[in-house]
Design a protein around this ligand. Structure first.
Ligand code: ZN
Length: 303
């Protein structure tokens, strides 16, 4: 893993085709084109060939039409065809010999095999479908809004406001002090798991300010220099994880809140050992598909 390695869910493989999004006729002709690929989702799960083969099962509109629930999302085109995402009404619809899998399982499988842009394709479909199902009404006047631009906007017919798909930025940070890094445990973590601290950005904050505030709130540690490292789209439901490394000004941990169950400093050797062994109920670190793991490995490679 190196600096330029993308996190899984990154590297969206299609041209999102913004110029044709406003052309309803064009989108409509793509819907009905025989080589267009529709992907099926149910309750946040994506229909793929199997747990061992995460290739999505593709349908034509003719095949999927009667099962579609709500919006049709135009994701974009590759060199050959257009791709759409839809929710289906029930989990048995169209399943056949395929499997509806959650995106963490898909990400884990793709990461084992190296890297694949399939999780990114599915993540965008899931994020947009989620947004539509949770934002049916205009936030300005409460009227029922209508999907437009192939699912990249909702327009209110009553007050003309346009609403755009939401992304929630989250800062996730590896805090270092001398040869040690700070990892924390949330109460809902797997036994033994320690990970980078993280938190939602607040309105008006810079990334650096959000990193410093979160670490002070969660672990009582003052952070000086903050460096941005890389980011990861995170489709649960629709976040952008902004990965950073911050330098602590001292190493005295002070937890006075219930966000963290514990936080500890770990040496590079301890992290190398746990990565090598795979970890156990006493200590484990995040899986390879998580940006927290990328940050750890980035820090290990630093001089
Ligand atoms: Zn409105």
């Amino acid at each position: 893993m190196n600096f330029s390695t993308s996190c899984i869910f990154a590297e969206f493989p299609l041209d999102p085709c913004d110029p044709i999004r406003s052309d309803e006729e064009e989108i409509n002709s793509l819907v009905y084109a025989e080589n267009t690929r529709f992907m099926a989702f149910f309750d946040g799960l994506a229909l793929v060939k199997s747990a061992d083969d995460i290739t999505p099962i593709y349908f034509t509109y003719k095949d999927i039409n009667e099962y579609v629930e709500d919006e049709i999302i135009f994701l974009g085109k590759d060199d050959v065809q257009a791709y759409f995402a839809v929710n289906v009404r029930n989990k048995n619809s169209l399943q056949g010999s395929g499997a509806y899998l959650d995106l963490r399982t898909i990400a884990r499988k793709a990461t084992k095999e190296g890297f694949s842009s399939v999780p990114s394709l599915l993540a965008r479909g899931k994020m947009l479908l989620d947004w539509h199902s949770r934002h049916k009404h205009c936030a300005n006047c409460g009227a029922l809004s209508i999907s437009g631009k192939g699912g990249y906007v909702r327009k209110c017919p009553s007050c003309d406001t346009e609403h755009f798909p939401r992304v929630d930025p989250v800062v996730i940070m590896m805090i270092t002090y001398a040869d040690k890094c700070l990892l924390g445990r949330s109460p809902h973590f797997l036994t033994g798991m320690y990970s980078a601290l993280a938190g939602f950005m607040e309105p008006g904050e810079t990334i650096e300010e959000a990193v410093r505030r979160e670490v002070l709130e969660e672990a009582g540690i003052i952070v000086g220099k903050v460096s941005y490292i890389k980011s990861q789209p995170w489709p649960f439901p629709s976040s952008l994880m902004i990965g950073a490394i911050g330098q602590a000004k001292d190493d005295k941990i002070n937890i006075e809140n219930d966000e963290l169950e514990g936080a500890k400093w770990f040496s590079k050797q301890e992290i190398r050992d746990v990565i090598k062994s795979g970890g156990d109920d006493h200590f484990r670190v995040p899986e390879k598909f998580a940006i927290a793991r990328h940050l750890l490995e980035y820090w290990l490679e630093e001089d």
